[in-house]
Design a protein. Structure first.
Length: 286
């Protein structure tokens, strides 16, 4: 079957060449012509790195949540966070930061940029910070995204100098206090006695809290136990009523057994105390 030229001009969608030329005409003044869709650009990927101190988390006003918020505000606008790494270390120990090494490896795999909330979150060692640049990993600080390699190097030197000044000021203050007769730390001869006393007081406080919690649940667990309920059934009843263990977990049969045993111990001690008091009163009456 032969095909005519007019059929070819119309094409598979039934559009004639005349109509195509009409579509390609110059737009009239004021006419709005839709632009063809642009090719999608791959969003820039970032790997976020958070660090907190083991002793003073958030004491400087930049705890975990504050760091997350700062990084999220920086990434808002087409940037994508592909993964987050959290380090619980001191910024001065750059040789013992496994999570940072994992974050750098992730950046190399994805060709992503390492982002931190603040420059001194990354390190206070200029040599280490500049070494990151030599490793071929791009990084940026959310509080100073305009910084280039030169300014980051200068800021790293300033951060290292500030850290050294803090250390010197602390040592000077301790030396001045010692010169005034102040003694740091506990006395060796009294340390063991205070330590044992502290352990005893801590055990007493834990036992008191444990017994109080058992008394609080006595009105619920004891009647169920007397009615023949199993430990698992009692645990289910506690969980269904919204009760949780002191650690915030769901109740288990073992935890219910511990409560019942605590109540039994308290009842036994109270009975024994009552007998002793009765005996004392009898002797006093004689």
């Amino acid at each position: 079957m032969s095909v005519t030229r007019s059929q070819v001009d119309q094409g598979s969608k039934g559009t004639s060449r005349k109509e195509i030329h009409a579509q390609e005409r110059e737009p009239a003044p004021g006419e709005v012509v839709p632009l063809p869709p642009a090719m999608g650009k791959r969003p820039e990927e970032f790997v976020s790195y958070l660090r907190v101190s083991t002793t003073r988390q958030g004491a400087d006003g930049l705890g975990i949540e504050a760091q997350r918020k700062a990084i999220a505000e920086f990434l808002n606008g087409g940037r994508v966070s592909v993964r987050e790494f959290l380090e619980v270390e001191s910024g001065r120990r750059d040789d013992n930061r496994p999570r940072l090494q994992e974050a750098l490896a992730e950046c190399r795999r994805r060709k992503a940029t390492l982002v931190v909330a603040r420059l001194d979150r990354l390190a206070r060692d200029a040599h280490f910070l500049l070494g990151l640049q030599k490793a071929g990993v791009k990084f940026i600080a959310a509080d100073f995204p305009e910084a280039n390699e030169l300014t980051i190097g200068i800021l790293a030197l300033v951060a290292q100098y500030e850290s050294r000044l803090i250390s010197l000021r602390t040592k000077a203050a301790m030396a001045a206090a010692k010169a005034r007769g102040k003694k740091f730390g506990g006395q060796p001869e009294n340390f063991r006695g205070r330590w044992v006393e502290g352990l005893a007081k801590s055990a007493e406080a834990r036992l008191a809290r444990k017994r109080q919690r058992a008394r609080d649940l006595e009105g619920l667990v004891v009647p169920l136990r007397k009615s023949g309920a199993t430990l698992q059934q009692i645990a289910n009843a506690l969980n269904a009523s919204g009760h949780r263990t002191p650690r915030g977990a769901f109740w288990s049969p073992a935890a219910v057994r511990e409560v019942l045993l605590t109540l039994e111990d308290q009842d036994r001690e109270e009975e024994e105390r009552g007998r002793k008091e009765g005996t004392s009163r009898q002797r006093a009456g004689q």
